[in-house]
Write a protein that binds this ligand. Structure first.
Ligand code: IMP
Length: 432
């Protein structure tokens, strides 16, 4: 089997960028299968920090990088990202491939996302404002524009006229934004210019992916966001608009499930979330502030401060099952280096007094976390590269997490750089 899937097990920002970058060393191609430029994957190596929003982080190793059909693409943003990489000495020509079936995030998607959020006040989702939800809505509503549609200028114009008539009616009558209406002819011109610059990258990615499978190449499917932002399984409606779970690597990447051998779940050693929605272990006190400042918990896409809290094993156990996770990559353990004691949420007590160790359908807002407390290790672990150098108390914390969530750790990250990593068994991936 040739495919490994990497997914976030919490609410995103678990450190997928770094782990994907690390695993890419052994991969022949990296495929993104969902989301858009709402994601922000940070990769540090040498003295450079790269934040990628659309292009798979595999590009930094000059590995074939594929934007699959399940991704939604803001074309000018993709072109900007390509330019920025080029300025940093990373050439994507010949390495990057973009699905003709991927849907475009158009300017009205961004605008409607922002107008809707602004109109919701307290009830807002806290989206990234990148138009992701409206783009997926139009995909499912069969009103979308696919990358490959830009190959046919006449049909593209017809389609724009039809779509924009509806969007302008919404802007006029629903959002009181008649000054922001769109003109089909100028959008047509603008997007055909963009397309000229991207056309040579556009291909039938499912065919490409399957030809790699047939040759026995190693594929890495890179998930964006996290399990609890999944449209079906997350804390709805405070979720993103795609399936973030590993199963979507198949639909969004164009591969059959039988080719997937490993699913690596990225787990942050505590919990964070950006945007609104329930967060049972959130800490609104000094401890939460410490996690945020020591962990540098600010959004890679929007710069928003992330909400922080203790590790929630109920969440991650559920994520292990939903994604079929075969092993865990633990990130940011070093952020806990100075804590006197650490809490692990092992269950939820509901308002009616009942307790749950499985993620419940309702009541997330009101649950009281049931905690186990473990002593901190109070030792600097940042940058350690040998398992045997890890303090016993850190290993106890790690083992307890493994037990509670039902999956073994395969990677321990001890800092943001490539080299700050302990891989427990380097030969274990792509084997089964
Ligand atoms: P959207 O994906 O922009 O529609 O935002 C929906 C929710 O997902 C909001 O709570 C966002 O903060 C969250 N979100 C989207 N992308 C990411 C990400 O890459 N990391 C963390 N949260 C994200």
């Amino acid at each position: 089997m040739t495919a490994l899937v990497v997914v976030g097990t919490q609410w995103g920002d678990e450190g997928k960028g770094k782990i994907v970058d690390l695993l890419t060393e052994q991969a022949d191609a990296v495929v993104r299968y969902q989301g858009g430029n709402n994601a922000g994957h940070t990769v540090m190596f040498g003295d450079q920090t790269h934040i990628l929003h659309l292009i798979p982080s595999g590009i930094l190793r000059d590995t074939m990088s594929i934007l699959g059909n399940g991704v939604v693409i803001d074309l000018p943003e993709l072109l900007k990202e390509i330019e920025e990489l080029r300025e940093n000495g990373v050439e994507v020509k010949g390495t990057l491939h973009v699905s003709a079936r991927s849907h475009l995030v158009m300017p009205w998607h961004r605008l409607i996302d922002q107008l809707r959020e602004a109109g919701k006040g307290e009830k807002k989702i806290g989206t990234t404002g990148r138009g992701i939800g409206p783009a997926y809505e139009d995909k499912v509503g069969r009103r979308g524009i696919r990358m490959g549609d830009l190959r046919h200028p006449k049909q593209f114009l017809d389609r724009l006229e039809e779509i924009i008539a509806e969007k302008n009616a919404m802007l006029n009558h629903l959002y009181d934004a008649s000054d922001q209406c769109f003109d089909p002819a100028s959008i047509h011109r603008e997007y055909l210019e963009y397309f000229e610059r991207i056309e040579s990258y556009v291909t039938e990615t499912p065919t490409l992916v399957n030809s790699l499978v047939e040759k026995g190449r190693r594929l890495l499917f890179e998930g964006a966001q996290g399990t609890f932002l999944d449209i079906d399984h997350g804390t709805y409606p405070f979720v993103t608009s795609s399936n973030t779970v590993s199963g979507n690597a198949c639909a969004g990447g164009g591969i059959g499930p039988r080719h997937i051998s490993d699913v690596v779940g990225i787990v942050k050693a505590y919990t964070t979330r950006v945007g609104s929605g329930p967060f049972p272990t959130e800490l609104l006190d000094q401890t939460g502030d410490s996690l945020r400042s020591v962990g540098q918990e600010f959004g890679a896409t929007t710069g928003r401060p992330r909400r922080c809290g203790w590790f929630d094993a109920v969440l991650v156990r559920y994520a292990v099952r939903l994604n079929g996770i075969t092993s865990l990559a633990l990130t940011k353990l070093d952020i806990l280096d100075e804590f006197e004691t650490l809490k692990l949420c092992v269950g939820y007590r509901m308002t009616d007094g009942s307790t749950h160790t499985d993620f419940p359908f309702e009541g997330h807002e009101d649950v009281e976390p049931i905690y186990e407390e473990l002593p901190g290790w109070k030792t600097k672990t940042a940058g350690l590269t040998k398992y045997n150098d890890l303090p016993m108390r850190l290993l106890d914390y790690l083992k307890r997490i493994e037990e509670l969530v039902g999956a073994p750790a395969s990677i321990i990250s001890t800092g943001p750089k490539r080299e700050d990593t302990i891989v427990l068994n380097p030969d274990q991936f792509w084997k089964s």
